[in-house]
Write a protein that binds this ligand. Sequence first.
Ligand code: HPA
Length: 270
Amino acid sequence: MLKLINETTNYLKKEGFDTPEVGIILGTGLGLLTQEIEIIKEISYNDIPHFPTATVEFHTGKLIYGILAGKKVIVMQGRFHVYEGYSLQDVTYPVRIMEKLGIHTLLVSNAAGAINLNYKKGELMLIEDHINLQGGSPLAFKGVETLGERFTDMSAPYNKDINATFKSIAKANSITLHEGVYTSVVGPQLETRAEYRMLKIIGSDAVGMSTVPEIIVANHLSLKTAAISVLTDECDPDNLKPVDIGEIIAMATKAEPNMITLFKALIKQL
Ligand code: HPA
């Protein structure tokens, strides 16, 4: 994998992706942040050597390099999901590239369902910890020890200082920012009522189909990481209505300005 990583990284360096400091992964329905970036270069995933190619229709699928809040950032507009048929290694390949290019911090966003029913759709949740229910690890491959510690510590996968800063920014801007445990499932089907009950019992506050693989690899690479969920639906097993994916995306878009405020202010303070 190292050879491929070096080839991809060299290509991006040649294209002008010059020592970004912060990496950002934007989730479903959360592309507006890119309008705030002074874009220096953007490249479609399809044109990047060894990158998985973007498939899901809602994703524009491009890597953006530019300046945001005074920092050099690299932004993934659209991410890869296991439910699209990619392996966990594919899904996390871009994180390895961003690290190789020089980032020290990775910020992740996603759309998630609220398992904790005190949390309402349209609100944000800072991820404090996670549960991996994707049935595998992005670190389970031959040679992983050449890229980082195989037995990666996960005692504090989300950076405490960054989370504290996020909380103070939220307070200063009167933004509701819950905190909780995010559980990742494979999807793409939504959960049954019984599954929502189980997710609650095991300690989840939110559920989604992403983020955890990227966070695991970011920790493998000793990056500072933080992630925020936009809660798009309320997963009440006793009152479950059929889910409307259009409504989920619309809700993500509605909550997006608050997420942009948090990300921009945080990056400024990094
Ligand atoms: N389940 C899984 N993923 C999701 C959900 C959900 O309820 N909402 C948004 N992403």
